[in-house]
Ligand binder design. Sequence first.
Ligand SMILES: NC(=O)C1=CN([C@@H]2O[C@H](COP(=O)(O)OP(=O)(O)OC[C@H]3O[C@@H](n4cnc5c(N)ncnc54)[C@H](O)[C@@H]3O)[C@@H](O)[C@H]2O)C=CC1
Ligand SMILES: CC(=O)C(C)=O
Length: 264
Amino acid sequence: MTEEKRVAVVTGGDRGIGRGITDQLLKDGYYVVIANRNEEAGKKAVEELNAQGYEGKVVSVAGDASKKESHERFVKAAVDNFGRLDTYVNNAGIAQIKLLKDETEADMDEIFHVNVYSVLFGMQAAAAQFRKQDDGDKIRKIINASSIAGHIAFDMLGAYSASKFAIRGLTQAAAKELGREYITVNAYCPGIVGTDMWDYIDEKMVEAWGGNKGDYLKKYSGAITLGRVETPADVANYVSWLASTKSDYMTGQAVQIDGGIQFI
Ligand SMILES: NC(=O)C1=CN([C@@H]2O[C@H](COP(=O)(O)OP(=O)(O)OC[C@H]3O[C@@H](n4cnc5c(N)ncnc54)[C@H](O)[C@@H]3O)[C@@H](O)[C@H]2O)C=CC1
Ligand SMILES: CC(=O)C(C)=O
């Protein structure tokens, strides 16, 4: 029996959680487009993956995910290289470490453009492609990055938390709008994941509150029931399920995959 070809776009798929998702989807048999604002990092990730035996199954495309036209190019890269699109992972995001009293209009514009508008534009571009494909009742998937901070806000991460609450709202509304078109929309909500993003958060918290490098990662990860910092692979294992047919009957959900930090 021939395996059906499945193609995914992963924004920010070159590093951190996105890279974990890229690696896992390739292992699952997906063809993957790494879509990222940093062209060199995208190319380097593809070279590494080619060396691991994935040549011809992974490409990169550069673009700023906060712009609508970038997502149209990300989708085009999937279709031009691999012929179709099955799964769109809106993973790219940034953090901002500031008290709300210090947030500027420019800060809010930046974080909402990168973390929220990007997800809306990604969903629009993916759904437009899904409509062009003759897929019958096959379920196509949109998967968005929220956070545990999208369920309960963190201080110093107020704007970031608001942006991740917004992802839950967009995910629910899109699930309702797209369900009858055989498109599911879900979100993943990681906890404290050891990536460049947490290095940045820790560094900025040290600047604001004092202490030494690593102190705040240690403090926040102290709340993890399973007793260790989350890895990109922990998140990717869940996204792998969301991207598989096993999750076909789930839509509109934003599940916390956090090692047991928040029990809501
Ligand atoms: N690290 C953590 O503890 C958690 C992370 N998350 C979310 O998971 C996602 C991935 O986070 P990490 O891997 O930790 O971050 P990271 O900083 O390691 O990687 C972020 C990726 O997004 C890309 N990116 C950022 N802005 C972009 C833009 N405008 N256009 C295109 N690409 C852009 C970066 O180049 C990079 O590839 C983010 O949405 C983040 O908010 C959620 C919960 C916890
Ligand atoms: C970065 C982030 O979402 C958390 C909760 O650490």
